[in-house]
Design a protein around this ligand. Sequence first.
Ligand code: 5AD
Ligand code: SF4
Length: 513
Amino acid sequence: MNEEQRQGAGLLKPDLVNPPEKDYSRYFQTVYTPPSLKDAKKRGKEEIAYHDDFEIDERFRGMGTNRKFFIRTFGCQMNEHDTEVIAGILIGLGYEPTDIVAEANVILLNTCAIRENAENKVFGELGHYKPLKQKNPDVLIGVCGCMSQEESVVNKILKTYDQVDMIFGTHNIHRLPNILHEAYLSKEMVIDVWSKEGDIIENLPKVRHGNIKAWVNIMYGCDKFCTYCIVPYTRGKERSRRPQDIIQEVRQLASQGYKEITLLGQNVNAYGKDFDDIGYRFGDLMEDLRKIDIPRIRFTTSHPRDFDDHLIEVLAKGGNLVDHIHLPVQSGSSDILKIMARKYTREHYLELVRKIKEAIPNVTLTTDIIVGFPNETDEQFEETMSLYREVGFDIAYTYIYSPREGTPAAKMIDNIPMEVKKERLQRLNKLVNDLSAEAMKPYKGKIVEVLVEGESKRNPEVLAGYTEKNKLVNFKAPRSAIGKIVKVKITEAKTWSLDGEFIGVVEKEKVMS
Ligand code: 5AD
Ligand code: SF4
């Protein structure tokens, strides 16, 4: 922690960077460190410090005895993983988890800021908690995650959601015991958000969701500053974990019997760029991880700009590195990509895809696309459609552009009506559905390997799991198959999933997946 953060963390010491419009001085008696997007944009040269000395302060032990917590998580896997850490800290404090919000003593919303509708969901949810708070004023309600890093959100909560007791950000999750302690003591809203990223703390407790698949952070933050994106402001500068810490964590998960690891970062291909003592990048990490005896390793999410030849070479070696790559393109128009500051052209992207397909002929590619970026013309949108066909993606996550306050794109004057954007999204989604159905057809009659995760959501008599290429497969099998990699013969290929017949548990050999 640097001096500034230490000060920010200091109880009873308000540090008003951006005062809200109204006079909220009654809140100042307690922790009041609100976010500032202007500060969040800064990228300092100072080195990142690594710590492994996290422990729950003697004062706070037992704080959660006879109390329960409920966490609702919105957004990406990074948030899901942060929730595992938050749950780990709460359990360390003596709280018990519950799935029933009405019986919780602490309710936390781990929020996502990526699009306006993600934020609206959170505000809607907060509205539902008002009666709970009125019924039981001792319940603590907290907002954390990416939305907490935005000034406008904190001001809105202060103005309209007085049921909220605490707001903390993405950089100071480890301070949760202090924040809770303060919230119990104070009648006022506790706001503790750091605009500047913190150090890397290695030994935070985690309660993982399930024992089959696990997330492993490899880096935090993003320095790409795509002009539409709020993430570089909410998650801070790029900071890579040290290779030995990641390798040790994956080894440990392997020895605990986990079958699949997803490496997490906002832009995993930038891994290691911030090391100045070692030349060790994402390709090197993948080379080291592929030697660990764990069946599957994936990563999300990557940026085409940093996807280098060494990484392709390592991925082509296969083994436990799955042949599915999620490679967000965002647009098929070089002009739009330029205004998005993606720093690659349509041609660069297609060339990268060519290289990947050459090295990994069986590769499955999926992507993210934003439709209706400010002033996107029909021709530019058609370039996205044609690129989609040319690459032959299996699946895409498609979004209508959502202006995010504080980002450069939000200041652009946009002359494209929402109706036009919606119509484009529909057309793109039709193409995505058609190609997904096409990609599924060849599976009929084939045998695939499936990592069985549990009962199907729709039918408890049926088990469900995913192939290496992330295809959902439903089939009937004994429950003892859960957590194992099994062979399934595909009997029906649908647009988004496959149905099949269970054959048996895979030992070590590989079949088509
Ligand atoms: N509007 C719409 N979609 C966005 N994404 C990121 N920012 C925005 C925004 N402002 C999408 C991108 C990214 C995915 C995680 O979310 O496609 O890859
Ligand atoms: Fe956002 Fe671009 Fe960073 Fe992805 S690479 S998190 S889209 S700024």
